[in-house]
Design a protein around this ligand. Structure first.
Ligand code: FE2
Ligand code: FE2
Length: 451
């Protein structure tokens, strides 16, 4: 038996005996601690050589990393049973998992309650488990577009509650952000593309979801830890809820604002952070991120008078500005992603932290995701992937042929490979002029992919 399989065998047996024996002893009994330690030591050993250990369940077969493991039923019947009861398709242990986290995880796994599937991730998160994640059974799988639409509904509920004078619940918020961060982890490009869905009437809803997606993607790109990514995502989703305290007439006013009106808008970060303080189960830091999202790197924004800025606030600030610029508004035609990046870069070191700005540009590429471009072949395409080594040659999907004909379904080209065929980007194209809705394009893409 190869060493790994042997080790895994022991891991599974130990987890299994831990799950079985814990029920026999009272909490805190030394025998329980020994079982937990044994099982955890094995996982720790496996994590020495890899970043992740995945234990999954496909019907009655157990899967370890990529390979199915047979004949395990007898040895680990208890574990399988608990996974089935809790609708867990897989468990991911990442390097960094601590024994305390492992013990909490086992407690949650054995808990006799109705929390199931990916909702368990909320529980893990609330109990400060950062490196263990649950995957639900495939039946519950959502497409990326469904994740986006689900997040929109959550924002609508939060804002409705606020308008009715109620304190919004945090459960849905966390659940949806955990989904977003998972979707971003596996399908970053399509998720970023989905932020180009434009809905003229419901700016605040879409904008909140978009900022959450961009902020999750950027914090992930910058290498932050899972709980920080989720906190940034929640901060992004809630960053503008304070606008519910500002008169709608002012928010939607097409012309320039009077001083008084402007002062009223500037209240929204303070108001938002006060709402978050009242929400149960939301970390205090998130209130701070919301409070700080317009302060700016050089603190010249608002509210005034603060002397320091949390690094995660800067991620929300950039995501917020980028989404605001690329969106059609009452008073503004949307900026092309390239123009938007140019405008934002001009404020690097002033309103935006340079290192966060650079990471953002690096993530989106020279031709940002979702940019519509003309190729040397006279075809029109949409940028769908970034080639970090040669950012001028991204992956694209061709949507209009050289003769102006629509291409359905669009086909993919990696321009890095097309370089030698003389097919490259000539210039960006204005989607409005071509009567193309890039957001709709990604909506279709997102319907074909699952979290
Ligand atoms: Fe804002
Ligand atoms: Fe905003």
């Amino acid at each position: 038996m190869p060493a790994d399989t042997e080790l895994l065998d022991t891991v599974l047996r130990n987890i299994n005996s831990a799950t079985r024996n814990i029920k026999l002893y009272p909490k805190g009994h030394p025998a329980v601690a020994t079982q937990i330690r044994k099982a955890f030591n094995d996982i720790e050993n496996l994590l020495k050589e890899r970043r992740k250990v995945f234990i999954g369940r496909l019907k009655d077969v157990l899967v370890f990393n990529e390979a199915p493991i047979m004949d395990v039923e007898e040895k680990i019947g208890d574990l399988l049973l608990h996974m089935e009861k809790k609708e867990i398709e897989g468990i991911i242990f990442e390097s960094g998992t601590t024994q305390k986290e492992f013990a909490t995880f086992i407690d949650i796994l054995l808990e006799d309650d109705n929390t199931k599937g990916t909702a368990l991730n909320n529980k893990l998160y609330e109990n400060s488990v950062k490196y263990i994640t649950i995957k639900s059974i495939p039946l519950g799988k959502k497409t990326l577009t469904e994740v986006y639409m689900g997040a929109l509904d959550v924002v609508k509920d939060v804002i409705n509650d606020l308008r009715l004078g109620k304190v919004p619940k945090s459960d849905g918020v966390k659940e949806t952000v955990v989904e977003i961060s998972e979707a971003v982890l596996n399908h970053k490009n399509t998720m970023i593309g989905l932020t180009l869905i434009k809905n003229y009437d419901e700016y605040l809803y879409n904008h909140s979801v978009n900022v959450s997606i961009l902020a999750s993607a950027l914090s992930q790109h910058m290498g932050y830890e899972r709980n920080e990514i989720i906190m940034t995502g929640i901060g992004g989703l809630l960053h503008d809820i304070g606008k519910t305290g500002v008169s709608e007439n002012i928010i939607k006013k097409p012309g320039s604002l009077s001083n008084e009106e402007w002062e009223s808008i500037k209240e929204h970060p303070v108001h938002g952070s006060k709402i978050i303080e009242k929400m149960k189960g939301i970390e205090r830091l998130i209130g701070r991120l919301v409070y700080e999202h317009h302060m700016g790197y050089n603190l010249s924004g608002y509210p005034k008078g603060e002397t320091s800025l949390h690094p995660l606030s800067m991620i929300i600030t950039i995501s917020d500005a980028y989404d605001a610029l690329t969106t059609m508004r009452v008073y503004q035609r949307p900026y092309h992603p390239i123009e938007a990046i140019k405008i934002l870069s001009g404020l690097s070191g002033k309103h935006f932290a340079p290192e966060v700005m650079n990471a953002f540009i690096n993530m989106l590429g020279v031709y940002p995701l979702g940019t519509m471009v003309r190729l040397s072949s006279n075809e029109i395409a949409i940028v769908t992937g970034v080639n970090p080594s040669e950012a001028e040659y991204p992956s694209v999907k061709v949507i209009i042929g050289p003769g102006g004909e629509r291409i359905a379904p669009p086909f993919e080209l990696n321009l890095l490979e097309e370089k030698e065929n003389g097919r490259f980007i000539v210039s960006p194209v204005d989607p409005l002029a071509r009567d193309t809705d890039v957001g709709e394009f990604f909506k279709e893409e997102g319907s074909a992919q699952e979290i």
